[in-house]
Write a protein that binds this ligand. Structure first.
Ligand code: GLC
Length: 540
């Protein structure tokens, strides 16, 4: 890949129009691309099926690249598509360097990366370092005998001495498995008479990162994908690698240690050796923003970390003010660039969480208006809600099927898929004419709101990288200003159902609104209930 002064050059296959639309603001030349990018998460199983098996595939993603480029996102995060027995729908990886036939082939992945780049979209893939599938050849070997070559790639512990000597006795410590809190995070292997650790399902044994051979092998995985052209990684439950495994019934839950940070520095060094600025964003599932900040190290660990407290915040002005303040207090002093995410394949969609289409529309201008890198989950742009899953269709052990419903691209029974009956039921909007094709001609649709917001974000350096300052606002409203080199945008969000008056009454005009109103329209200071808007100075 051609580079210039250490910065990755945009691929030459862009059309001039695209290049102009996407070219970074000149002042951004020195900033890494991922600070002003908007990421779009694709859960491949649910995106688009092209071969009729009811499960989405990589060819389906390729097919929608023009749509994604037009939407205006900058980078794609692909959830796992690796060979997997699918006990955790791909987060149980049986081979880190291949593609499950369900999704296509390695060649499909390679072509997807190339074609995404041609559309001006960067690609990051999911890296699942804490555990493999129990069907990964490393674990198959590890459990074959206590002296197997890969035995110490996993976390094995002897049974505690038991009165009477009947094995296995109690598990080595009191940790519970994540999706089944009544079950231990340990499974007894009767053949070799030891327990193995699995923070998640028994089919997801934890790797032992204290073993340098594991570190080497996982570095090899990262190199494999970087050499194939990816622009980085989303790292699954990254706070769990390097954990101590204390023995005893009453031990604290798994905690990150200095080893975790050392391992992250190793990953960072590997990525930084590549000239095109590959990045990693970690899933740090810890509800303290102060602790999340430590995973950025001194600019030598994660490039970005998810920060989940805002995702679980109620739709109330004081709650949001607190979450935003916390990010400023904890991340700014250590030079950590924030991320913002309100939905993903593990959590309800905006519309389901906030309860109404208006709330979902208001949320996106909040999400894209904060200071930091936003992550959008595929299908949010259509304003979808979670599917209602009848008991006989439940497939996920973690109860997350609803937000993983297939995306309806078109009308008709199959909604642009190859079958009307995919692996999960459709979201309710599918039957109500809420598919992407139906939204296309409707300027009032959610799709158009997302396009307008993403285009405005590209036009305004203030939104992509600008400073943040609270502005005065009525009680149920939050208002803040973003500014970069004289470019100014105000973000106003009304969390109440009732309309608000006197919201920045002077000196602003409308740029994007979650409800109605054309860009350039004079701003009256009246913000409808459950609504948000971006405003620019009247003089602009
Ligand atoms: C992460 C993933 C989730 C998965 C779990 C175990 O939390 O987002 O989907 O089940 O890790 O890999």
């Amino acid at each position: 890949m051609a580079t210039k002064g250490g910065r990755r050059e945009r691929v030459s296959t862009w059309t001039p129009g695209e290049r102009e639309a996407k070219a970074p603001h000149p002042d951004e030349a020195q900033r890494p691309w991922w600070t002003s990018a908007v990421f779009y998460q694709i859960y491949p199983r649910s995106f688009l099926d092209t071969d009729g098996d009811g499960v989405g595939d990589l060819a389906g993603v390729r097919q929608r690249l023009p749509y994604l480029a037009r939407l205006g996102v900058d980078a794609l995060w692909l959830s796992p598509f690796y060979p997997s027995p699918m006990h955790d729908f791909g987060y149980d990886v049986a081979d880190y360097c291949d593609v499950d036939p369900l999704f296509g082939s390695l060649e499909d992945a390679r072509r997807l990366i190339i074609e995404a780049h041609e559309h001006g979209l960067r690609v990051i893939v999911d890296f699942v370092p804490n555990h493999t599938s129990s069907e990964h050849p490393w674990f198959v070997d590890a459990r074959s005998s206590r002296t197997a070559a890969h035995r110490d790639w996993y976390v094995w512990r002897d049974p505690a001495p038991v009165a009477g000597g009947t094995l296995p006795g109690p598990p080595p410590n009191g940790w519970a498995a994540t999706f089944t809190p009544d079950e231990p995070a340990w499974t007894w292997d009767a053949e070799t008479e030891q327990w193995y650790l699995h923070v998640f399902l028994p089919e997801q044994p934890d790797l032992d990162w204290t073993n340098p051979a594991v570190v080497d092998a996982m570095h090899g995985v990262l190199r494999f994908w970087l050499d194939l052209g990816v622009d980085g990684f989303r790292i699954d439950v990254v706070h769990y690698i390097g954990k101590d495994v204390p023995l005893g019934a009453d031990v604290p839950p798994p905690e990150a240690t200095e080893l975790t940070h050392e391992l992250l520095r190793g990953l960072r060094e590997l990525l930084d050796a590549y000239p095109r600025q590959p990045m990693m964003v970690g899933e740090v599932f810890i509800f303290s923003t102060r602790q999340v900040a430590t995973f950025y190290g001194r600019g030598d660990e994660l490039h970005l970390s998810f920060n989940f407290p805002p995702l679980y915040a109620p739709w109330e002005a004081p709650a949001w003010r607190k979450r935003i303040d916390r990010v400023i207090e904890e991340l700014d002093p250590v030079g950590a660039w924030p991320t913002w995410v309100l939905s993903n394949h593990d959590n309800p969609r905006h519309r389901t969480r906030y309860g109404t289409p208006a709330g979902a529309r208001a949320a996106v201008l909040l999400l894209l208006g904060t200071r930091g890198t936003p992550f959008l989950y595929a299908g949010e742009e259509l304003g979808l809600s979670d599917a209602v899953i009848p008991p006989d269709r439940v497939v996920d052990p973690g109860g997350r099927d609803g937000c993983r419903a297939p995306i309806p691209w078109e009308g008709g029974a199959a909604h642009g898929w190859q079958t009307a009956d995919p692996w999960l039921p459709w979201p309710p909007e599918a039957a109500a004419g809420g598919d992407a094709a139906a939204q296309e001609p409707d300027p009032g649709s959610s799709l158009h709101l997302y396009r307008a917001a993403l285009a405005a974000r590209h036009r305004h350096p203030a939104l992509g990288r600008g400073s943040f300052r609270w502005l005065e606002s009525p009680p149920d409203v939050l208002a803040w200003e973003r500014e970069a080199d004289g470019d100014r945008v105000a973000v106003v969000v009304n969390f109440a159902d009732a309309p608000a008056d006197g919201v920045l009454p002077d000196g602003w005009k409308l740029e994007v609104s979650s409800t109605a109103g054309a860009p350039g329209q004079a701003w009256t200071g009246q913000l409808p209930g459950s609504a948000s808007a971006w405003l620019v100075p009247e003089s602009l």
